[in-house]
Design a protein around this ligand. Structure first.
Ligand SMILES: [Zn+2]
Length: 133
């Protein structure tokens, strides 16, 4: 998706780059060893390019319990990542598991529409409710 020089330019501009596996597999379909390799190798490769630590990760596809499991969240925590995002659609709270953070996509045509959708998620109480690890 991005060239090495584009990644370096983004990082130099203050954008934090996170890992996302090497081959974009669905982690729940891999053995534990293969999943570990995808996670660790993607971070190592990015750290080699960026010459700085990579602490963030996004699960490929990212649906909790479908595309990844709690075992992958534990794997990422043990590997020293600081936070991981899923594609669960919700607002995170103080008790949210930071190795399975929810997100609200920002594909809206205007910032106001995005803000209204986030406000609606708060109003409806769509707080991410993953068990703490
Ligand atoms: Zn992806």
């Amino acid at each position: 998706m991005l060239t090495t020089s584009q990644l370096k330019m983004l990082a130099a501009g203050g954008v934090e780059i996170g890992a996302h596996t090497v081959n974009h597999p669905i982690l729940s379909r891999l053995s534990a060893g293969q999943a570990q390799e995808e996670i660790i190798d993607s971070r190592s490769h990015l750290e080699d390019i960026l010459q700085q630590p990579v602490g963030l990760f996004a699960y490929p596809n990212g649906q909790p319990g479908k595309d990844y499991g709690d075992e992958h969240a534990k794997m990422l925590r043990a590997a020293g990542f600081t936070a991981v995002v899923s594609t669960a659609w919700a607002v995170n709270g103080a008790a949210s598991d930071r190795y399975q953070l929810a997100r609200i996509n920002s594909w809206d045509k205007t910032p106001l529409r995005f803000i209204m959708r986030v406000a609606d998620a708060f109003r409806r109480g769509l707080l991410a409710d993953f068990p703490n690890m």
